[in-house]
Design a protein around this ligand. Structure first.
Ligand code: SMG
Ligand code: MG
Length: 369
């Protein structure tokens, strides 16, 4: 396969309702889609950066810049023609994993489409559908939260994740437990909002039988998470900290994480995501697939990844309408709390041309030959 170049396309997608986390509120997604154009086929990638470096050090304008200035020229210079060589060719550039992961995803999609194989088959899928969890943002009031959670449970979501921050933690969790009962699979995500000094406060969450507490402390604080795990009985699950199979191995070894949230963009792509899945499985550590409010492009690949055998907990893998009234692909629709795993070549889905045109805010062609 000869790669001719990459189309970098920005699309604007309004959210159906504001999504508030401990680091900010989003009302729309400005998504960078990457199309790898090769002689054999074209493939799509989605870059999961946010506009600001507030979830990770990466941000969308930075991703565009590093792709144009360094990553795509390096792929061209190395004559990269398949997905496994992408990470190798880009290794000399530090970090920028979301940008690298988007390029690798686009090349992988092109390669698989050319060969008629699906992401699911390529990654090692063992299920034809995956259970859906939903991530519920911080709200202005508890009644508002209970309405939102009730709506998601009625829709069929099998697991609820509540975003928390200091001042919005114990009481919202207590209220959800009281209203919806002990059988609801429930977990929380702090997006680094606490310090080790909050250990006793966080231990109060132990009373609510949560599946896990996600990323309570700063991303670099491995030792802090290991210490916290000795005070808090609820399993700790790292998200932001886990940027590679290497950091996953360190976190497991130190006792800093008992469960892992795997987000392909955060770790540099789907191939590294699979390595983390394999590593975790070898250590008996359960994993689940995280989400970055993806369009149908990223969602398709996440659903495929979530169907690997080690993904034993429901992920932040929701239906398109959790975030978007109109998705760029045919929408992912939940049936009985599950999404079907796409089985067609590559991602198994493609952008709908008219919708893509309508939501595109810019397109740039970057030759790779
Ligand atoms: O895609 O369902 C989704 C969002 C899941 O809560 C979610 N992601 O830290 O896990 C996380 C957050 C990051 C969101 S940044 C937009
Ligand atoms: Mg998280």
């Amino acid at each position: 396969m000869k790669i001719e170049g990459f189309e970098l396309r920005r699309v604007a997608m309004p959210l159906v309702s504001p999504f508030r986390t401990s680091f900010g509120t989003q009302t729309a997604r400005d998504i960078l889609l990457v199309k790898a154009v090769a002689d054999a086929a074209s493939g799509w990638g989605e870059c999961v950066t946010l506009p600001d470096p507030i979830y990770s050090p990466e941000y969308t304008e930075g991703a565009v810049d590093v792709m144009k200035r360094f990553l795509i020229p390096a792929l061209a210079a190395a004559g990269v023609s398949d997905a496994p060589s992408v990470a190798e060719a880009l290794k000399k550039f530090k970090s920028h994993r979301m940008a690298k992961g988007a390029l690798e995803m686009a090349v992988l999609d092109a390669e698989l489409r050319a060969e008629g194989r699906s992401f699911a088959r390529e990654l090692g899928s063992v299920h034809d559908r995956v259970p859906c969890g939903v991530s519920v943002g911080i709200m202005d009031s508890i009644p508002q939260l209970l309405d939102a959670v009730g709506g998601y449970l009625d829709a069929g979501y099998v697991r609820i994740k509540l975003k928390i921050e200091p001042g919005w933690d114990i009481e919202p969790v207590r209220a959800v437990r009281e209203r919806f009962g002990d059988d609801v699979l429930l977990q929380v995500d702090a997006n680094t909002a606490y310090t080790l000094g909050d250990a006793r406060h966080l231990a109060k969450l132990d009373a609510f039988d949560l599946l896990l507490i996600e990323q309570p402390l700063e991303e670099e604080d491995l030792i802090g998470h290991a210490d916290l795990a000795k005070v808090v009985k609820t399993p700790i699950c790292l998200d932001e900290t886990i940027t590679s199979a290497q950091t996953a191995a360190a976190a497991i070894r130190l006792g800093a994480t008992q469960v892992i949230n795997i987000k392909p963009g955060r770790v540099g792509g789907y191939l590294e995501a699979r390595r983390i899945h394999d590593l975790a499985a070898a250590h008996g550590v359960p994993v689940w697939c995280g989400g970055m409010v993806e369009s149908g492009i990223g969602r398709a690949a996440n659903v495929a990844l979530a169907s690997l055998p080690g993904f034993t907990l429901p992920g932040d893998v929701s239906a398109s309408d959790r975030f978007y009234a109109t998705d760029v692909t045919p929408p992912f629709v939940m049936h009985d709390g599950h999404l079907g795993v796409p089985q067609g070549p590559g991602l198994g889905v493609e952008p709908i041309p008219e919708i893509l045109d309508e939501i595109t805010t810019s397109v740039e062609w970057v030759p790779a030959a």
